[in-house]
Design a protein around this ligand. Structure first.
Ligand SMILES: [Zn+2]
Length: 74
């Protein structure tokens, strides 16, 4: 029994874990890293976390640009 990491909530039709493992009846998905015991998922953990952080940083940057644009318009 392996638990794979999956950050999404709609898991109904998923046949393959984000780490690339095909899911069987003995596989589970969780968004909680403390429950994840798949080695492949754990290897991906650091890069996934970094990607999410980079995306959040980009969004914050875009919002800053937007705010500057709005101020320039006003
Ligand atoms: Zn996995």
């Amino acid at each position: 029994m392996k638990t794979h990491f999956a950050p999404f909530t709609d898991l109904e039709d998923i046949e393959q874990a984000p780490c690339g493992t095909w899911l069987g009846e003995s596989s589970e998905l969780s968004g909680d890293w403390t429950k994840v015991d798949c080695r492949r998922c754990n290897k991906r953990k650091s890069s996934t976390t970094k990607a999410i952080a980079a995306e959040e940083h980009a969004i914050v940057g875009q919002m800053g640009d937007m705010a500057a644009f709005m101020r320039a318009q006003a």
